[in-house]
Design a protein. Structure first.
Length: 281
């Protein structure tokens, strides 16, 4: 399927607000849509005679063949996203009125889950760059639960960097998997969750990791007792090796470039050991 294929009609099933200007959209499709975890689809929004396309990474699992979930951040002067926060547009997308319609094309993208790679995985996301990783996690969890006896044991380390803790989308879902891993150390699909925020002064209740996502991988000379960042950095420094881990990066170009540079110093090779998907506004 490509952008030249007939578009699939879609209806807005739900919109869940994670925080102001940050929402999860779920669309029900007129027919089946097949994709690989990590790929993106193009949403075509038509409203009052104007049609605007915009690609979004898919959050939903491939098992949901007639539903697509997107994790979308409001870009104030963006081509499409401001419309998705307008009440008349949302109402039209839910009821499929004559002036408003949504269609889907795709899938596309090579930033996909490599099931043949036996190494443990590190998912590094900034902001809505978490979207393709949720599709990968959901797909792997489904396989793990369906046939645990056949599932190849592996661990996923999820690093999610945002400005404020309220922007940690899908936090309960990932925390539940991490908690289950803690309760059951023999769990074949083990998940470690490492959320971090970059603006702690405006988020005084946060007691977790601080800094952008890439800061977790930076080398430091002066450890600070009692600071969880030093423990996490120490563990990652001693644990991460290209022989045992593959790193997936998605989100802000700066984050991806900085993590790539740090990992290259440790012997990781782009494309082979580091998979990348940059988001541009």
């Amino acid at each position: 399927m490509s952008l030249h294929d007939p578009r699939i009609k879609a209806r807005l099933e739900s919109k869940y607000d994670v925080a102001e200007g940050l929402s999860v959209f779920r669309f029900t499709l007129e027919r089946e849509f097949r994709f690989i975890p990590g790929q993106y689809a193009t949403l075509w929004l038509t409203h009052k005679g104007k049609t605007t396309p915009r690609p979004y990474s898919i959050v939903s699992s491939p098992s949901e063949t007639r539903v697509l979930e997107f994790y979308i951040n409001l870009v104030e002067h963006g081509r499409l996203t401001p419309s998705l926060w307008e009440e008349d547009v949302l109402r039209g997308l839910r009821t499929a009125d004559q002036e408003t319609a949504a269609e889907i094309t795709g899938p596309k993208g090579r930033f996909v889950l490599d099931l043949e790679d036996p190494r443990d995985m590190v998912f590094v996301a900034s902001g809505t760059g978490l979207a393709p990783f949720m599709s990968m996690i959901r797909y792997l969890e489904e396989r793990h639960l369906a046939t645990p006896e056949l599932f190849h044991p592996r661990r996923i380390h999820v690093v999610h960097g945002v400005s404020y803790s309220r922007n940690l989308g899908y936090r309960p879902e990932i925390e539940a998997l991490a908690a289950d891993t803690f309760r059951n150390p023999r769990r074949k699909l083990a998940v470690t969750y490492l959320p971090t925020i970059s603006r702690p002064r405006l988020d005084p209740g946060w007691r977790g990791l601080l800094g952008r996502a890439e800061s977790i991988f930076e080398q430091t000379d002066r450890p600070c007792a009692g600071d969880p960042r030093w423990l996490v950095k120490g563990l990652l420094s001693s644990m991460l090796r290209p022989e045992t881990h593959v790193v997936y990066l998605c989100g802000h170009p700066g984050t991806i470039d900085n993590v790539t540079a740090t990992l290259k110093e440790r012997g990781f090779k782009p494309d082979l050991d580091i998979k990348r998907e940059k988001y541009y506004r």
